[in-house]
Ligand binder design. Structure first.
Ligand SMILES: [Mn+2]
Length: 393
């Protein structure tokens, strides 16, 4: 053995089957064709680099992932698809819903989509722990934002439902960046007509959001009352996970009791253990349903980690618990769409709230790839008839 070889290591015998060891093996199997295409495209559009640059993959104008601090940001620097008729050519379509008309305390979530896009540029497309590279293994696009009507929440809901319906019926997996939590209702309303069968909803939050009205209108405290009026989104398949604290309005609690939604508090989750609690949540959402909708409110995470939100509440999930939850939901349910809501950049600190929102999305996407659910196959329950107008309730 040469001196050099003797300096090389190998996994400790107890770690040969560890996640890290597996991740090192999986990386070797990944293609880099997508990266090569991106470099070629960058040089074609942005000129070859100055002669002093040794790395000839670099262009003069930044046109791809690098540098992370440069460029005009879409989500994860995915292609901006201006023509929404092309959305169905992608496996996943991210779009923003910049509506904060439904807030009842701090506003600012209308800046959520742009805040999430900005910090999402920190990431590349490769996820070490799963050995997944989104650029190599699926097609992601950013459709920009829905044209919301800030002075009229009902008109905004109509625009949102129409947008979600269009993307969902076209076959891409929709990822909605909020916006306040009022968007949960019009998002489900846009999806429901295109699902032949029932939809379960997994709602990760500190707040129940189930009252009929708040201050005389439908607001971010009311989406699940109205979503569960949709004929194929029954309350028995609504799971509300991580609920608790001092911001759960009694009006919403009464509705949850009357309708028999499933509420699991942080204490329930702690006492039975996160995985057991998740088993139950997924069983309830999946019982008799064809598809599951994931609604992730960033305020489900402890206020110390998510200052940039409208109704911060101490005592919530840890970030790594939140990521574990969304990964298991992505792997083990028939997830049909997701939203991340309540990121308010004006109240954020060092973009940590928007960064966690980014992780929630990219961790779901990586898990869908790892589980063989992306690239997308057309589900049997999908009704793509564009004439299916969203439920008007
Ligand atoms: Mn909330």
């Amino acid at each position: 053995m040469s001196d050099e070889q003797s300096r090389f290591g190998r996994p400790h015998p107890d770690l040969t089957e560890s996640q890290a060891a597996e991740a090192l093996r999986k990386e070797a199997q990944l293609s880099d064709a997508g990266w090569q295409r991106e470099c070629e495209r960058s040089k074609e559009l942005g000129l070859h680099a100055a002669p002093s640059i040794g790395d000839r993959s670099i262009s003069t104008f930044a046109r791809g992932e690098l540098p992370h601090f440069a460029g005009i940001n879409t989500f994860l620097k995915a292609p901006y698809v201006e023509d929404v008729h092309q959305a169905g050519a992608y496996d996943v379509a991210v779009f923003g819903i910049p509506l904060d008309t439904g807030t009842t305390y701090r506003p600012g979530t209308r800046f959520g989509p742009q805040g999430i896009r900005k910090i999402s540029a920190l990431y590349g497309t490769y996820y070490f722990e799963m050995g997944v590279d989104l650029r190599e293994q699926m097609k992601l696009c950013d459709l920009g934002d829905v044209f919301v009507i800030p002075a009229n929440i009902e008109k905004a809901f109509d625009q949102i439902s129409r947008a979600v319906s269009h993307v969902f019926a076209g076959g891409a997996f929709p990822v909605m960046l909020g916006g306040d939590h009022s968007i949960g209702y019009p998002c489900v309303r846009g999806i429901a007509p295109h699902v032949n069968g029932n939809i379960g909803i997994i709602h990760i939050d500190r707040h129940v959001d189930t009252q009929e009205k708040d201050m005389d209108e439908r607001m971010h405290t009311t989406p699940w009352f109205h979503a569960t009026n949709i004929p194929n989104a029954p309350p028995k398949n609504l799971v509300q996970f991580g609920i608790g604290g001092w911001q759960v309005p009694r009006a919403g609690v009464a509705v949850s009791r009357e309708r028999g939604t499933t509420i699991m508090t942080i204490t329930d989750i702690m006492e039975m253990g996160l995985d057991k609690a998740l088993d139950i949540a997924m069983e309830v959402a999946g019982d008799g349903t064809e598809a599951v909708y994931l609604s992730f409110d960033i305020d489900s995470v402890d206020a110390g980690f998510v200052p940039g939100t409208g109704w911060p509440e101490p005592g919530g999930l840890l970030p790594r618990e939140a990521l574990h939850i969304v990964q298991r939901v992505a792997r083990e349910t028939n997830l049909c769409a997701m939203e991340v809501v309540e990121v308010s950049p004006p109240y954020d600190v060092s973009e940590v709230t928007a960064l966690l929102a980014t992780r929630v999305v990219v961790d779901v996407l990586a898990t869908l790839v790892d589980a063989g659910k992306l690239p997308r196959r057309r589900p049997a329950w999908l009704n793509s008839d564009p004439a299916q107008e969203p439920w008007a309730l």
